[in-house]
Design a protein around this ligand. Structure first.
Ligand code: LIP
Length: 263
């Protein structure tokens, strides 16, 4: 495995620092679960705290870069070619319910292109990262998508629209078509980790719509650097800003897309 670049060192250090606070806060949420008021105010505060740590650490190392954040929105940098796109807790609903499946997601954009991405689950201590043109890594292994070519053997992740989000009827029809043709469907609740799992070959494909750039910017790069395809569901090249994502290993893109959008 090649030595980690200076840029990746910066991203890793920021994620590890934010993760320490999130781990403490997650322990607290597990306690708050049983209280009547529930932990939602506490979780919003944890989200903001983690975002602040990420911004402080990333700005210390790269003071001129801007930000696009889930919590704080867009902050212009002195060098407008570079922008961090960060989600301090992707999978907020899981976090809020004490489910240990959430992640910090950090992407770096250079002149409108994602050039580096890192996704870290602080609870499992699994870190997935990639740089454009250099491949990716998962802890100390090389990231590589699965080689399954038959949908019948494949595990496909998705995001199911919930209250107030998405078109439930059409989604259920699509899901029905996919269900009948695959070995298993997973709805794990964290888009960045769904993409990281495709990049690591744990899942063979993933689709979801209605997402935001901070949910997917890092993960899309990871999938591509791991030898997979990441497009919009309809095939367009901009999953990050349309929030419509179809990510698969190298063989399943067309067959899965044909189920999602039947001709
Ligand atoms: C979440 C995504 C998840 C999606 C949720 C939500 P958040 O991001 O990771 O896959 O289904 O609706 O968008 O809000 O936890 O950062």
């Amino acid at each position: 495995m090649a030595l980690r670049s200076a840029l990746m060192n910066v991203m890793t250090a920021a994620a590890e620092k934010a993760a320490r606070g999130l781990k403490r806060d997650f322990g607290e949420v597990e306690q708050l679960q049983v209280s009547r008021k529930g932990p939602s105010d506490f979780v919003s505060a944890a989200d903001l705290r983690a975002e602040k740590v990420l911004m402080t650490e990333l700005s210390k190392a790269r003071p001129k870069f801007g930000f696009l954040n889930e919590e704080g929105g867009e902050i212009k940098g002195e060098d407008d070619r570079y922008r961090w796109i960060i989600d301090p807790i992707d999978g907020t609903t899981n976090f809020l319910h004490g489910i240990p499946h959430f992640a910090i997601s950090i992407a770096l954009e250079y002149e409108d292109e994602i050039v580096a991405g890192l996704i870290y689950n602080p609870i499992t201590d699994e870190m997935f990262s990639a740089e454009k043109g250099k491949g990716g890594s998962f802890n100390s292994h090389r990231l590589r998508v699965s080689s399954r070519g038959d949908l019948r053997d494949s595990v496909i992740a998705t995001g199911i629209p919930h209250r107030g989000r998405g078109h439930h009827g059409p989604y259920l029809k699509t899901l029905g078509r996919v269900m009948e043709n695959v070995a298993g469907i997973r709805r794990m609740g964290t888009a960045s980790l769904d993409l990281a799992y495709v990049a690591a070959g744990r899942c063979d494909g993933y689709w979801e719509t209605g997402l935001s750039p901070w949910d997917v910017a890092a993960g899309v790069l990871l999938v591509r650097e791991a030898g997979g395809f990441a497009t919009e569901v309809a095939g367009g090249k901009d999953p990050v800003y349309t929030g419509s994502v179809l990510a698969t290993n190298a063989k399943l893109h067309k067959p899965l897309q044909e189920l999602l959008i039947p001709s």
